[in-house]
Design a protein around this ligand. Structure first.
Ligand code: S3P
Length: 423
């Protein structure tokens, strides 16, 4: 599907963004290995999250979807052999987290994914899981399909090479099957939804800055999870309202967990006008309303500890920087190269087609902002975040922008274009 977008004067109104993707995946997986029923309200009905549901169903978990509520009848820690290949589709979270659960099972499973996922590095989970006692084989020891032979696991002390919540969560899930405690240390703190939610399910995980001590427990207990709105989806509207004059939007019920709010800090530092209101706590997660008004953004330097707090938002930050005054430097973001696409290359090449002054570097990009860009024919590379970021760039560009393969927004935000139209 190709989408055509023309210049808009402003965006105004109230936005409800869909449920958080990371939290939706986790609620289904943790509910599946818990005892009793888990009810997930506000579940994100997107392709990625359905990949998780389909895999858990194949492993014998009874899951019923009624509108935006999902009922999971937990199997307890041990699942059933699917006798079939599991397909994680485009979802890195499904593949990496599920591997942690499969490592502790009493059977062998083959786990694959789509063309993009089969190119993403898995050695980062294979290494710690093998150390714990699982037996995992992969193409070139790094790429899916993964064959995971579950085993009785042992606790390990492990320092991850990258700040990745998927790697951390994978080891945390495997630690549930270990006979003693596991300690995980990350170079920088990544999103901490697993820590918060596993403790809500009755797990015993202690967090110390970027270190976690995982104590094995006999069982997890099913519970009710209300999924807040996804700040990664809100980010597109935060930037749209910031760059378009006379805009004002209210984004309701957004997860404002500190490990995810780097986008708010960056836009504020660029001179953006953002207010966080009515903060409250929902299932251990902070939630709030976000008000964004137009502003004149200025270029800044982005790097270091903030990178894991905004890793998925760098494509839309590149758009904000393309319309900001002065230079923006994004560094320490090599991880972008191994996302759903190489997001340094894809964003640089497509924003250049629109006339942006943007250069790729080894670990990020350098952007000199302009007052306006031009509509162009651009490609999403089947990467949902690239498609949505280019759509926001198109709102302020002269002429028509045509985005090829825009249906990939279904990965995380199936209603993206209808929400954008309403605004
Ligand atoms: C996610 C973690 C991040 C993020 C991804 C979702 C998660 O990946 O990019 O979209 O749900 O844990 P990494 O852990 O690989 O950085």
């Amino acid at each position: 599907m190709d989408i055509e977008i023309t210049k808009k004067r402003n965006v105004k109104g109230v936005v409800n963004v869909p449920g958080d993707k990371s939290i939706s995946h986790r609620a289904i997986m943790f509910g599946s290995i818990a005892e009793g029923e888990t009810i997930v309200k506000g579940f994100l009905r997107s392709d990625d999250c359905f990949s998780t549901i389909n895999c858990m169903r194949k492993l014998g978990v009874n899951i019923n979807i009624v509108k935006d509520e999902v009922y999971v009848k937990g199997n307890g820690m041990y699942l059933h052999d699917s006798h079939d290949i599991l397909d994680a589709g485009n979802s890195g979270t499904t593949m990496r987290l599920l591997s942690g659960i499969l490592a502790g099972q009493k059977f062998t499973t083959v786990l694959t994914g789509d063309e993009s996922l089969r190119k993403r590095p898995m050695a980062r989970i294979i290494k710690p899981l093998n150390m714990m006692g699982a037996e995992i084989s992969a193409i070139d020891d790094n790429y899916a399909p993964l064959t995971i032979k579950g085993n009785v696991l042992k606790g390990i002390c492990y320092k991850t090479e990258v700040a990745s919540a998927q790697v951390k969560s994978c080891i945390m899930l495997a630690s549930l099957y270990a006979d003693d405690e596991t300690i995980i240390e990350e170079p920088l703190l990544s999103r901490n939804h697993s820590e918060l939610m596993l403790n809500y399910f009755g797990g015993n995980f202690e967090s110390y800055e970027n270190k976690i001590v995982c104590h094995p427990v006999e069982r997890l207990h099913g519970c009710k999870i209300c999924v807040p709105g996804d700040i990664s989806s809100a980010a597109y509207f935060i930037v749209a309202a910031s760059i378009l004059p006379q805009s004002e939007i209210l984004i309701k019920n957004v997860n404002v967990n500190h490990t995810r709010t780097g986008i708010i800090d960056v836009i504020k530092k660029m001179g953006g006008n953002i207010e966080i209101k009515d903060e409250r706590v929902l299932n251990n997660e902070p939630v709030a309303e976000i008000i964004v008004k137009s502003s004149c953004l200025k270029g800044i330097e982005i790097g270091g500890e903030i990178i894991p707090r905004l890793i998925d938002e760098i494509p839309i930050i590149a758009v904000a920087a393309s319309y900001a005054e002065g230079e923006t430097v994004i560094k320490d973001a090599e991880e972008l190269k191994v996302k759903e696409s190489n997001r340094i290359d894809t964003m640089v090449s497509e924003l250049k087609k629109m006339g942006a002054d943007i250069e790729a570097t080894n670990d990020g990009m350098i952007i000199h902002g302009k007052e306006t860009l031009n509509g162009a024919l651009v490609d999403s590379y089947n990467d949902h975040r690239v498609a949505m970021s280019l759509s926001i760039a198109a709102l302020k560009a002269e002429g028509i922008t045509k985005i090829r393969n825009a249906e990939c927004v279904n990965i995380s935000f199936p209603d993206f274009y209808s929400v954008l139209n309403v605004l």
